[in-house]
Design a protein around this ligand. Sequence first.
Ligand SMILES: Cc1cc2nc3c(=O)[nH]c(=O)nc-3n(C[C@H](O)[C@H](O)[C@H](O)COP(=O)(O)OP(=O)(O)OC[C@H]3O[C@@H](n4cnc5c(N)ncnc54)[C@H](O)[C@@H]3O)c2cc1C
Length: 409
Amino acid sequence: MRTTTIIIGAGQAGLAMSRCLAECSIDHVVLERGEVANSWKKERWDSLRLLTPNWQSRLPGYRYEGGDPDGYRTMPETIAFLERYAEVISAPVQSQTKVTSVSNNDAGYKVTTDRGEWHCRAVVLATGACNIPLVPAVADALPPGIESVTPDRYKNPDQLEEGGVMVVGPSASGIQIADEIHRSGRPVTLSVGEHIRVPRLYRGRDLEWWMDAAGVLDERYDEVDDINRARNVPSLQLAGSDDRRTLDLNSLTSIGVKIVGRLANIRDGKAQFSGSLKNLCALSDLKMNRLLNTIDEWATENGLDGEVDPPHRLEPTRVEAAPPLQMDLVGGGIRTIFWATGFRPDYAWLDVPVLDRKGRVRHDGGVVDSPGMYLMGMPFLRRRKSSLIDGAGSDARDLSEHLVSYLDD
Ligand SMILES: Cc1cc2nc3c(=O)[nH]c(=O)nc-3n(C[C@H](O)[C@H](O)[C@H](O)COP(=O)(O)OP(=O)(O)OC[C@H]3O[C@@H](n4cnc5c(N)ncnc54)[C@H](O)[C@@H]3O)c2cc1C
């Protein structure tokens, strides 16, 4: 089979690209191993709500038009939103089609799937940034009888053994899961490394509103000092809920979650934590205040001070005077370790030599180091918002323009 462009993946990134290619009359097919919004359907937990408000899901030719722009979508609502988008833009999705190999051929690329072979001039990799959970090597030293769980396999606390849970990782997934599991009656210890603390609401508006309005989310990949660092920063400590509450280490300790340092090692059944907890929390508070200063300056410059609440600061993160540096996992009653330690993409099927030593695709703002190949949906691909639903549209516009000029050459 032959088409001009193959898009691999029917999440928001692949769908936004499909819409932009259709606008340019570029013949294409979207190959999807599952169904539209497969990752949202299969790899997220039951209670998850988007941490981005409803208004912040603007896609090319589609946006939220319901009566609750400031609410946060549940998973069924998120899936329905993307399914509807695919319908509205008539995306040519071929579902239940897994790509097993992409390789070069004379005219461009050969894309092999479990339902046949495609030939195309251009290919867009929109298979997602979160295919495989990252589990640190210390997991190999876990004593027998302690179960490892990762966010993609987690649905709700009922699937966990009764007893203590250690959640490793204090970013968006880790804090949400620590909160939910602790409330289910299983005592939670949260191991805390680098994290970015932010309030849900600031001066009466959603933090995402401020970051969007002040242009923070539009910052471009070629404008930041250290793009490698920017692409690896942890996700913001945010959660979507009806009461729009801030979820941070203070709110977790106030319900009884125990906060310990970064998990450095597991030896003889004992978890060892680094002694940097206080410093990490102080640094996170400092960075949050820097962001709030930027927001305050922007509000003043733009004449908003009279319209919004006055500036305020959050209480510093509370940390025990001498947090434990070690914990006996077996004797301490830990039955489950939850690895909320991030994800990586899976390119096992990519047979074009574009991966660097760390297995990342070499690209310049999504233009891959192989003519006619493009990448979508990675953190800070072209803008700070690139991996968000709201970021897919602008990246798809830029990259589809590049793709069209490549085809015209
Ligand atoms: C827990 C969690 C919460 C998040 N919350 C938010 C949020 O609140 N707001 C927000 O804007 N963003 C959020 N994100 C970030 C981002 O929006 C999601 O990760 C989103 O799923 C990324 O969309 P995507 O299209 O880039 O990739 P995906 O949605 O992962 O889509 C990739 C598609 O490619 C398919 N695929 C993969 N490999 C193959 C193959 N070999 N052959 C064929 N098809 C293949 C997959 O089945 C999948 O459907 C969250 C991410 C996570 C992990």
